[in-house]
Ligand binder design. Structure first.
Ligand code: 26Q
Length: 809
């Protein structure tokens, strides 16, 4: 961005307040100030954006359409200022006006259009795509309500709506002139025209897709891409006949029924439920996007047969996979292409990322539901299925067990993963270990057939948000020490290695960490009313609540420390503050019970004079992107403790590493690569490995019961879940958790290996608090973590996607 005078900024803010809110700097509310300031930033962005939209028609470079059901963007004001290189001048302009930018940016609601890792990854990718100057659009749904707001009431999670659009979104632009029609239901009619069979849908219900575009600014390069989010609208005004005949409610209801498609984000993370509304949402945004892509190509005068030269479509997990048959349908029915031509295109333009190996997360739609909702898309799917089955038979013969397992349709269900495996040009996992599990296990039969399609692209995060923005103290220290080249080339962070044993640098690093801990302590005092000691170890687990992520292992260890202290054996325990933040899916009762358990234990420990000298537990309400930005810079220990083989990658592990926290983790997901990069002495690995876990699943897990019998300390801790020592008036409240640990769900005791891994986890913790007490050792490890973190930049990750899969340039 060309340099902008601060006097100009001050003037613009004043004018914007006047023109948009008929108010002045003196009288404006904080909200009005936030809006006016953001509008002036938006104006600068839009100048660049308008120019690029204008040039887009001549731009022949291949464009990426990144399709995702979720974009967990967070706040944008500070991010846009940073990427536009305007932070300094705005800060100083605002100071002149007596306004603090930090205060104002707190007004902005998070754009929480995602559940967790997958959604946040999509947002990081958008930032990197623009920064690397690629042409890319993120395509998704403009949910009116983001992920629910979490309140903790008497220790229980309560869900509240998140009306993030209530006061409007400054950054978006509605483009009604580009709206499309999406059709549901109806019956298929065919007729012949000029010797060709034509297909159309009769009596279908139409919903309008209206795009809202949010600009995505590259870092310091003037590039503006966009996030295009579709909003559902009814094509009719309310039905006047119904209205006049007195059925007011019904008249309104019909309109609402169409618009419900973009109302809410499903709050399930890593868990599939075959809900009709979710299927409708998936078709709504994929059909809208496919129509837009085809229309755009035609406007540019490009022959559709050349589409693969100009278009790359990426599907973020299977959630947008209906794009595949939908693009086929458009090419066949609306553009008159022959099957082979259409398939030739489709099999080249799509690529798919898998984000999970959990069976319960794989999407399988009931055929009957699908057929009724999308009769023509279903026909296309049947044909894709039939042809794929022919190909499978050539490799595997009539092995029906295998064929059904690999087929697009089987046993009354449509497997969206198999659809992607069969038709996409590339399939990738999100960490080396995860990709190997896909190849050797989950998708091994497809891998045997088409090994060349399988790639690994280990996840990454944008350092702009997760270091520059969230941890300015550390950013400045690093930039003052090794220069700021790492902004363009994150591997430059390696230069910090030289300083790992530099006493002066280590002291400065420790000082930064301490100040960040003080800030977090102040925030927690304000939010939780609990005073925590910045000199204690801040041990943090923040992520969605899921049994496989094992918040329970963490908590049982805390309980164990509590028992040690109470029995007089806790002298060597270094003071800790254990911080948890997690939302549970509203229907996931056990996860919600674990939240209650964390809060109940927190109550006991925090109110116990003896124990609270040594340990405190904080449960941070409503965990999300903005809160993560406050917690991560202040963390000493990062908990990455999933049952090995279950966490595809993890990305918060990378954020902590970048901020100089040390990891306690299993050899799971990207932790494996973290260990390779930083060296095994600088990360604390414990527990079973993924192949060991797999073997236990095959052979049963009686061992957990034996551990329970032979380890009396652990037994006492586990028994305390049900003996009334935690919630004495609700003695059986946590019985379910206890039962699951000892007897399991499907006769597999301790299905997430909490008991099995406990001992090695506790020993590793002890080692950590011993190391923590030797600052020269601890700080050196922390600095080495930062120095070796460059690989986990989403810039590297996007470059890799481009080289291995997209080939945009
Ligand atoms: C599917 C069908 C119906 C309802 C919900 C869903 C659904 C929704 C969200 C399924 C999965 C998700 C989210 C998955 C997710 O966030 N996975 C995480 O992706 C990260 C980025 O690759 C990884 O780092 C994490 O390991 C992985 O858990």
């Amino acid at each position: 961005m060309d340099f902008i005078e601060k006097e100009h900024i001050k003037h613009e803010i004043g004018k914007t307040l006047q023109r948009n809110f008929a108010t002045t700097l003196q009288d404006a509310t904080k909200k009005q100030l936030y809006k006016a300031i953001s509008l002036t930033v938006r104006n600068h962005i839009n100048e660049l954006w308008a120019k690029q939209r204008d040039e887009a028609a001549d731009n022949q470079e291949k464009t990426l359409y990144y399709m995702s059901f979720e974009f967990l963007v967070g706040r944008l004001l500070n991010n846009n200022l940073l990427n536009m290189n305007l932070t300094k001048v705005y800060k100083s302009a605002l100071e002149d006006l007596g306004i603090s930018l930090d205060d104002i940016s707190e007004i902005e609601p998070d754009a929480g259009l995602g559940n967790g890792g997958l959604g946040r990854l999509a947002a990081c990718f958008m930032d990197s795509l623009a920064t690397l100057n690629f042409n890319a659009y993120g395509c998704g749904i403009r949910y009116e309500y983001g992920l629910f707001k979490q309140k903790i009431v008497e220790g229980y999670q309560i869900e509240m709506p998140d009306p993030w659009l209530e006061d409007g979104c400054i950054w978006e632009i509605e483009r009604p002139e580009e709206q499309v029609e999406v059709k549901f239901g109806g019956t298929i009619d065919t007729y012949w025209e000029k010797g060709k069979m034509k297909v159309y849908l009769k009596d279908a219900n139409t919903v309008l897709g209206v795009p809202y575009d949010i600009p995505v600014v590259g870092y310091n390069n003037g590039k503006v891409n966009m996030l295009r989010l579709w909003s559902a609208r009814s094509p009719q005004y309310i039905d006047m006949n119904l209205f006049s005949s007195g059925s007011y409610a019904k008249a309104v209801e019909e309109k609402e029924l169409a618009e419900v498609l973009s109302k809410v984000l499903y709050p399930e993370d890593n868990h599939y439920e075959g809900k009709l509304l979710r299927l409708k949402q998936q078709y709504f945004f994929t059909s809208s996007t496919m129509q837009w892509i085809v229309r755009d190509l035609k406007l540019k005068g490009i022959d559709l047969l050349d589409m693969p030269k100009y278009v790359q479509i990426h599907i973020n997990d299977t959630h947008p996979a209906i794009s595949i048959p939908e693009l086929m349908r458009i090419l066949l029915d609306e553009q008159g292409l022959a099957w082979d031509d259409a398939y030739g295109i489709v099999s080249k333009v799509f690529a798919y990322t898998n984000h999970t190996v959990l069976g319960e997360a794989l999407e399988r739609w009931p055929q009957t539901m699908f057929k009724e909702l999308l009769p023509r898309v279903y026909q296309v799917l049947e044909e894709l299925h039939r042809r794929n089955e022919e190909r499978l038979k050539k490799t595997y013969g009539e092995d029906w067990g295998k064929l059904n397992y690999m087929n697009i349709m089987a046993h009354g269900f449509i497997s969206m993963a198999n659809l992607c495996l069969a038709t996409c040009s590339a399939i990738n996992g999100v960490s080396a270990l995860h990709t190997n599990i896909l190849k050797d296990d989950v998708f091994k039969d497809y891998y045997k057939m088409t090994p060349y399609k399988f790639k690994n692209v280990t996840n990454g995060i944008t350092f702009r948000r997760w270091l520059n923005l969230s941890n300015p103290r550390l950013y400045n220290l690093i930039a003052d020490t090794i220069g700021d080249d790492f902004n363009k080339n994150p591997l430059e962070l390696k230069k910090l290695e030289k300083f790992a044993e530099d006493k002066a640098f280590a002291e400065k690093f420790a000082e930064v960490k301490h100040k960040n801990k003080e800030d977090l302590a102040a925030y927690i005092k304000k939010e939780n009313g609990i005073i925590i000691d910045p000199n204690s170890i801040f041990d943090v687990q923040i992520k969605r609540l899921h049994e496989y992520k094992r918040q329970l292992l963490n908590l049982i260890h805390v309980l164990y420390l509590y028992h040690q202290i109470k029995s007089g054996n806790g002298d060597d325990i270094y003071p800790h503050t254990f911080i948890f933040g997690a939302k549970a899916a509203p229907g996931y009762t056990r996860a919600k019970l674990i939240i209650k358990l964390i809060n109940s234990v927190a109550d006991i420990i925090n109110n116990d004079p003896l124990a609270s000298e040594k340990i405190k537990i904080i449960f941070v309400e409503n965990y999300g992107v903005t809160i993560a930005q406050k917690i991560i810079p202040a963390t000493d220990i990062s908990e990455q403790i999933s049952t090995a083989g279950k966490e595809a990658s993890g990305t918060s592990n990378m954020k902590f590493m970048l901020n100089g926290a040390l990891t306690i983790g299993t050899l799971d997901g990207a932790n494996v690569e973290m260990r390779e990069l930083v060296g095994k002495n600088n990360i604390y690995i414990f527990g079973l490995k993924s192949d060991e876990v797999k073997r236990i699943y095959q052979t049963g897990n009686q061992e957990s019961k034996q551990i329970y019998s032979s380890n009396s300390t652990l037994r006492a801790v586990l028994d305390s879940l049900i003996d009334g020592s935690i919630e004495n008036d609700k003695i059986s409240l946590f019985n379910e958790i206890y039962q699951s640990l000892l007897f399991g769900d499907n006769n597999l005791p301790d299905p997430y290996m909490v008991i099995r891994d406990f001992d090695s986890y506790a020993t590793t913790h002890k080692k950590m608090w011993n190391d923590y007490q030797k600052p020269e050792i601890w700080n050196k490890k922390a600095i080495l973590n930062i120095a070796n973190c460059g690989h986990f930049s989403s810039d590297r990750c996007i470059e890799e996607y481009n080289a291995k899969i997209w080939r945009l340039r």
